[in-house]
Design a protein around this ligand. Sequence first.
Ligand code: DC
Length: 230
Amino acid sequence: MNHQGQTAPVLTIDGPSGSGKGSISKCVAEKLGWHYLDSGALYRALGIAAIKEGVDVANEDALAALIQDIELEFKRSDLGHWAVFLNGEEVQDQLQTEAVGNTASKIAVFPKVRSGLLAKQRTFQIAPGLVADGRDMGSVVFPNAKFKVYLTASAEERGKRRYKQLIEKGINANLSSVIQDIQERDERDKNRSESPLVIPEGATYIDSSSSEIDEVVLTVLDLLENTKKL
Ligand code: DC
């Protein structure tokens, strides 16, 4: 049951940057006909808001106050795809840059930022079900989730995937610095005192280093079916 007394089932997919959890979560949600929460997008959008409003990203209280002032929504854009809107403006394209990812990782260490975004995340638990991806979905936001996955891959493999995406988008990149960036972000996400990236209790551990997305999607769907039978 969630904090509004709802009982919609939740599948949490936690893991480090570049583990493929975004693509896999979206695909699983689509196959199940469930809602999807990209929690990283909330931290990223807050980072964009801070930069736009000139709020110091090292100032925890100012960031917590900013959360109260902004409107964050996930809805369909005019082109029909799901997108994040900040104060009514679509910011989906701005979310995926390395700079915004790094800002998100830095502001995500602050307890007041995390607690400020908690209630928003829990509003996504609605019927017929929710697939939630992030770092603390199974440990903090939805600890009672019926289905939990921890998805990872080696830093090297995750760096290669990220590098390929950047090159495909025509963005100049250097493989070793992309891998180094990923390792630094892992360190920050795993070692912060508030809601660090952990393998949640009861989660199934999946290493996707040598698997294609489709294979992992099938593994997750099988896991759901098998857990339902328990
Ligand atoms: O999943 P992502 O790369 O979009 O997330 C960006 C950053 O946001 C990530 O480095 C850490 C933070 N984050 C978090 O702390 N907790 C979450 N549930 C999701 C993201």
